[in-house]
Structures are given as structure tokens and as C-alpha cells.
Design a protein around this ligand. Structure first.
Ligand SMILES: [Fe+2]
Length: 405
């Protein structure tokens, strides 16, 4: 039981395409099920979970009482829904012997329009800055049915209370949206965070909260994946795994990325990457990014002609010009924009001067201004329009990316 609830961590994640989703939840009982209906219908339909696996991991991963996710047993459940109807709002509740959840909802749009909200680094429990920001952006862009995030959803992912803070809050922004994320380094943290050693070898608690499309590389199954919506290919990369910033697992993800691009190249107009670490963010905060990750991934992104990379990790805000081969592109059909959203939560850092170069178009001192930021994104005709807002709804930056020909 978590916070007197026997059903908790309810969240809707995207399936493999625009009209499929996963409904995720945890239950103390093994007989929980979903009541689902279209919003216009009067009656709910009972549906069994696709999977309900008993989580009993006491004494694993060196966990102690601070790693409370590993102390509380539960059933980890999801229901995979496919071929849902266009332009339809679905409502659902989770039920078990003891309890019926609040009503959650999500909207399936048609496959010809796309509006979504983007966030980074939601982490830092103990306040509602994150939730207020997410709700403010939902208000500003009410047609967005999808929220994406580039990782660091929690500070210490093995600590159950951080997931409770994120997902079970009274002003829950996840209640009527589809949410898809990549993992950050903090999705690997347990009690050893104080010693700088990630506790988990895989983002274990993350993987048991979010079921994502199972189309990623073997070693990062569920934390790297893709889907296509409205001719936008979203690829979520695992750049949270600090132990494998080089070596075979690192290379496996690149091979998978290139294979994915080649297989899907006729199916998309825009290619957007969600990846935790900012290739053009601060070079001081995580020196491994500039040394190992950036030289390799910028080449991969150039070859794939990526349009936009959304990242965070350094808790600064910066946006580059269109870059190709580590320089400002002189051909608008080549090159990528790097958006370091820095922080959508309450953890921010001071600018350190390392983004003061001719590669950047916009730098915002989010710590000095005391703001969290997120983006509304919209595909309109042949453009992707991105607007950056703070938690008060003040527009702080905006830019447009044109479709390449
Ligand atoms: Fe991070």
C-alpha cells in the first residue's frame, strides 16, 4: 500500500503508433482490471491486463530501506490497446478488490495533426513547480494529447516516494495525457547516489512503471524505442546510462538507431530525438558528454539528418542554430537544432559560460530568472513550431523548423 492507496502510479504511455497506448498501473492485488469506455459511451467495458507481474525484489540490488521501491511488493500491470478510434477521448478506471481509481483519460487524434508538449528534468520532489508547469502548458496548448520528456523524472528512482510525488499528485498533469520519456542518469540511482555510483544496472524501476514500445536495442529494451505520429518519427534514446558511454552497449544503440532510420525513411517528414544529455549544453557539468557522447552522436545525427534533439541534464537552457558537422549549417536542408530544455522542475544551475559561442541562438538564465521551462510543439503545414514557456505561461523563446527537401 502506497499512501493508503492499493492502486497507484497510473500513467498512459504511447504505443507503437498514433492509435495505440499502454495503460500502466501498480496494484496490491492480483485481480485488478481496467474499466474502459469512449467518453461518449455510458457504460464501461471490463478489460483484463495484458500483463500483471508480481514484484517481490526484497534484498536485490543491494537495496536498503531508502530504496523503498524494492521494499514494497505489488503487481506491476499494463494493458496494451491498439487500433483505437480517431478523434476519440477514452476514459478509464483501474479497479481491484479494495478500490476503484479516479477516472483517467487520453485522446487519440487523427494521424494528420500533431501537437505535443516537451519537458526535461522533471526531478526534484517536494514542490509542485513541475506539475504547475505541465498543467500551464496543457492550458496553453489544449489540443496536445502527448507529453514527452528527455529524462531525469526523479532524483532517486529507487525511492518510491519520488514516483508517488510525480505520478500520484493531487494536481496530476498525467491524468488526461499520453506520456512518453527517455531515461536520465537519475533513473539509475538508488541509495548509493551519495557515493556517485548508480545502484541499478538497468533503469529497473522506470521499466516497471512505464511500458514503452518494445522496438529498441536488446540492452536498452523499453528505455530506447520509437513511434511515428503524423509523419513525425520520435526516437527516444537511452543517454542516462553513465556506465556505458562507450563500449558494446553504446555501439549497439547506434547500430539500432541507423537500422531504424533506414527502415523507416519513407514514413516520416520530421525526425525528433529525445535524449537526456545535452550535446551542446554545458561542457563543465558532465565532461563525459563532450568527450565521449557528443563526437559520436553528432555524426550519427548529421548522417540521419535529424531535425530536432530535445535534451536536458545540465539544468541550463540553451538552443543552438541549425548545426551540421559541428558548425552552423549553410544549407537549411542539412543539420539539426539542439534544444537543451534544461529544467522543467525546480533544480536549476547558473550559466557557466560554456554555451557562449556562435553555435547558439538563445541562452536563458533560468536560475537567475527562477523559472522552469517546457515547450509546446506543433506541426503546421511543412513546419514544426516550438514555443518555450515558463510555469507562469510567459513565452521565453520560440523558433520554427522547416521540413527538409
Ligand atoms: Fe541528468
Amino acid at each position: 500500500m502506497i499512501n493508503n492507496k492499493t492502486i497507484y502510479h497510473i500513467v498512459t504511455t504511447s504505443g507503437e503508433n498514433y492509435n495505440s497506448v499502454y495503460l500502466n498501473w501498480h496494484s496490491d492485488k492480483n485481480n485488478s482490471y481496467v474499466l474502459l469506455k469512449e467518453a461518449d459511451d455510458s457504460n464501461f467495458k471490463k478489460m483484463k491486463p495484458t500483463s500483471a507481474i508480481y514484484w517481490d525484489t526484497k534484498n536485490t540490488f543491494n537495496a536498503n530501506s531508502e530504496d523503498s521501491f524494492y521494499i514494497n511488493t505489488r503487481y506491476v500491470c499494463y494493458l496494451h490497446l491498439t487500433d483505437l478510434s480517431d478523434n476519440t477521448i477514452y476514459e478509464y478506471k483501474i479497479v481491484n478488490d479494495d478500490e476503484e481509481s479516479d477516472t483517467y483519460s487520453f485522446k487519440i487524434t487523427s494521424d494528420t495533426s500533431l501537437k505535443f508538449l516537451a519537458f526535461s528534468d522533471l526531478q526534484n520532489p517536494g514542490n509542485l513547480v513541475t506539475h504547475n508547469l505541465m498543467n500551464k502548458l496543457s492550458e496553453l496548448c489544449p489540443d496536445a494529447n502527448l507529453m514527452v520528456c528527455s529524462g531525469d523524472l526523479t532524483g532517486t528512482a529507487a525511492n518510491e516516494s519520488e514516483w508517488t510525488w510525480l505520478l500520484d499528485n493531487s494536481i496530476n498533469p498525467f491524468k488526461d495525457k499520453i506520456f512518453s520519456s527517455s531515461v536520465g542518469d537519475h533513473e539509475y540511482w538508488g541509495k548509493d547516489v551519495g557515493r556517485g555510483i548508480p545502484m541499478m544496472n538497468i533503469p529497473d524501476t522506470y521499466n516497471h512503471i512505464f511500458r514503452n514500445p518494445q522496438n529498441g536495442p536488446i540492452n536498452y529494451l523499453n528505455s530506447s524505442y520509437y513511434f511515428i505520429k503524423s509523419r513525425v518519427l520520435f526516437i527516444f534514446l537511452n543517454m542516462g546510462d553513465s556506465n556505458t558511454i562507450k563500449g558494446p552497449i553504446f555501439e549497439e544503440q547506434i547500430l539500432w538507431f541507423n537500422d531504424t532510420i533506414n527502415a523507416l525513411k519513407e514514413q516520416y517528414d520530421f525526425l525528433i530525438i529525445l535524449a537526456h544529455k545535452s550535446l551542446y549544453g554545458s561542457t563543465l557539468i558532465d565532461p563525459g558528454v563532450a568527450k565521449y557522447i557528443k563526437p559520436v552522436w553528432t555524426k550519427v545525427f548529421d548522417n540521419a539528418n535529424v531535425d530536432l534533439v530535445i535534451s536536458g541534464h545540465d539544468h541550463l537552457y540553451s538552443r543552438t542554430k541549425q548545426l551540421y558537422q559541428d558548425q552552423v549549417s549553410n544549407n537549411s536542408n542539412k543539420g539539426c537544432f539542439y534544444l537543451d530544455l534544461g529544467s522543467s522542475g525546480n533544480k536549476r544551475r547558473n550559466l557557466d559560460g560554456t554555451t557562449d559561442d556562435n553555435l547558439h541562438e538563445c541562452i536563458i538564465d533560468i536560475n537567475g530568472l527562477n523559472i522552469a521551462v517546457g515547450a509546446t510543439c506543433e506541426v503546421e503545414n511543412d513546419s514544426l513550431i516550438v514555443k518555450i514557456y515558463d510555469q507562469e505561461g510567459i513565452l521565453r523563446d520560440h523558433f520554427r523548423i522547416n521540413k527538409k527537401f
